[in-house]
Design a protein around this ligand. Structure first.
Ligand SMILES: [Fe+2]
Length: 229
């Protein structure tokens, strides 16, 4: 049987190239499985429904495209959208599931979850940006968010996108203790927070897309466009 050593160098080079491609594909596939596995973990702890995060990822990528982000950013954004709250795994149930107001200490611990998300995601090769997007998804455009108190463009664009869509989705989704808001009310609140909590360009891009697809959005959440609190 012929070995690689006896093959002419130009052909052997092709074998090397094919092997590299194969290994790259294996790594991509492994990372995809890791992302899906973690996403299921969130589901199991009932922290984030699969539908919510899948929708969040889909909308994040669409907003990113509308804002002209390069293709190389989209995968990182998708991972961040799916796993930005993975750090909630490290928050005790007594705090996560508390129905009343959190005490200052409980709030301080709860606000650690973006750092926990970052500390998990940064361990995986190729998730550098995704981990940063997760770290900063609770920053506020005016600098009053956490954990870094970053302001405006200091906040990674992926974090600014996840923040807007996550907020909208949370507002319109039904919860066991309350009904989702109407699209109009959610838009009003997003617009009110534009420039303070949210990046105005992201709000604009998102609402342009969402405005045309309200019915689909609500069908996906199980709420109705006319739902009220
Ligand atoms: Fe979060």
């Amino acid at each position: 049987m012929e070995t690689l050593g006896t093959i002419p160098p130009e052909i052997a080079g092709n074998f090397d190239w094919l092997r590299v491609k194969e290994l790259e594909e294996q790594q991509r596939s492994l990372l995809r499985s890791v992302v899906c596995g973690f996403n299921q973990l969130l589901d199991l702890r009932d922290l984030n429904t699969g539908i919510h995060s899948t929708r969040l990822a889909e909308w994040s990528v669409r907003v990113a495209r509308k804002l002209g982000l390069p293709d190389s950013e989209l995968y990182q954004l998708e991972v961040a959208a799916l796993l930005h709250d993975i750090g909630k795994i490290g928050i005790p149930d007594a705090i996560l599931r508390k129905e009343g107001k959190l005490t200052d200490d409980e709030r301080a611990l709860m606000n650690k979850h973006p750092e926990y998300s970052w500390s998990i995601l940064r361990l995986f090769p190729g998730f550098d940006k995704a981990s940063l997007y997760a770290l900063h998804h609770h920053e506020s455009f005016d600098g009053h968010g956490y954990p870094g108190g970053l302001k405006g463009d200091e906040i990674p664009i992926g974090s600014r996108i996840v923040s807007v869509i996550d907020a909208y989705d949370a507002m319109i989704s039904n919860r066991c203790y309350r009904k989702g808001l109407s699209h109009e009310e959610a838009v009003r609140r997003l617009s009110a927070g534009s420039g303070t909590q949210f990046d105005p360009s992201v709000v604009r891009a998102f609402l342009e897309i969402a405005g045309k697809e309200v019915a689909n959005v609500f069908a996906a959440t199980g709420a109705s466009p006319s739902a009220v609190i």
